[in-house]
Design a protein. Structure first.
Length: 59
């Protein structure tokens, strides 16, 4: 239950911050890009966004 609440709070944090939300959407849209370099960068960016949101939730 606790992990679900953290994931929910993380997702709310992303949604309430326009810049973070835009980064999240852009990264998700490039995850399956035909250029593997772009896809890898998208995965790195998505991870960074999720980490930033989770850090904000835990503070």
């Amino acid at each position: 239950m606790r992990s679900w609440v953290l994931v929910w709070a993380r997702d709310i944090e992303i949604a309430r911050r326009p810049g973070l939300s835009a980064r999240h959407a852009h990264a998700k849209s490039n995850l399956e890009h035909e250029d593997s370099v772009i896809a890898r960068e998208a995965l790195r960016e998505l991870s960074a966004v999720l980490d930033e949101a989770m850090k904000a939730v835990r503070e």
